[in-house]
Design a binder for this molecule. Structure first.
Ligand SMILES: [Zn+2]
Length: 215
């Protein structure tokens, strides 16, 4: 698979020991199935959105020990294991490892602004906004199960404080796609994404809220 040689031997023995010693709170197999199912759904959506090759690399870092071990340790089946790690340690190293390597997360796109030396959001390239859309649709299906509708990912975005954390351009482009999904459905939205290189921005009444926070 993704790990080879001495290291993989050590890693899988470690997993086996953990599984035998604490079967209740360590779920490597269930976690593996959860992340792999999610990846496959995102890959399917990415191919339909015209970014199939990019989709093949989606979330691969989740199989690295830094992300996989906490993922299995804090597995619950109905929420992100990162929250379990946060409750335990006060921070989630798995999440920080993840967001630093995966460009489909807006949290990746933070950098220093030269003039102020503050850490601010940057505009995301459209191909990563498309992958973020696919990720959110797949995650929404998993978390909502039978209650999922084509409006669910839009509601999740608009009820969150995400607009404070992305640039206005990034937020409006994502909003445009999620509004189209809510109105016209998955097939039509994915077809639109396949044919559109430069994503349009949703019309949002000003003020949208606060400007993105400067850290
Ligand atoms: Zn991800």
């Amino acid at each position: 698979m993704f790990l080879r040689g001495e290291f993989s031997h050590f890693f899988y023995i470690f997993l086996l020991k953990k599984a035998i010693l604490c079967p209740v709170s360590f779920h490597p197999f269930r976690h593996f199935v959860t992340i792999t199912r999610h990846r496959h759904e995102v890959i399917r959506l990415c191919f339909q959105a015209g970014i199939g090759f990019q989709g093949l690399f989606h979330d691969l870092s989740k199989y690295s020990p830094t992300e996989f071990i906490p993922g299995a340790k804090y597995y619950t089946g109905n929420q992100s294991p990162n929250n379990g790690e946060r409750n335990d340690k006060g921070y989630s190293l798995a999440w920080m490892h993840h967001k630093g390597r995966n460009k489909h997360h807006f949290e990746f796109w933070y950098d220093y602004e030269m003039a102020t030396k503050k850490i601010v959001p940057m505009d995301m390239p459209d191909r990563y906004i498309k992958e973020m859309f696919c990720d959110r649709v797949a995650a929404s299906k998993t978390y909502n199960r039978a209650a999922y509708t084509q409006e669910s990912p839009l509601l999740y975005l608009t009820r969150s404080s995400a607009h404070e954390k992305m640039t206005r351009k990034t937020y409006r482009k994502l909003l445009y796609l999620l509004q189209m999904l809510a109105e016209k459905g998955e097939r039509e939205t994915l077809r639109f994404m396949r044919r559109t290189q430069v994503l349009p921005e949703a019309d949002v009444a000003e003020p949208l809220g606060t400007e993105p926070a400067k850290l």
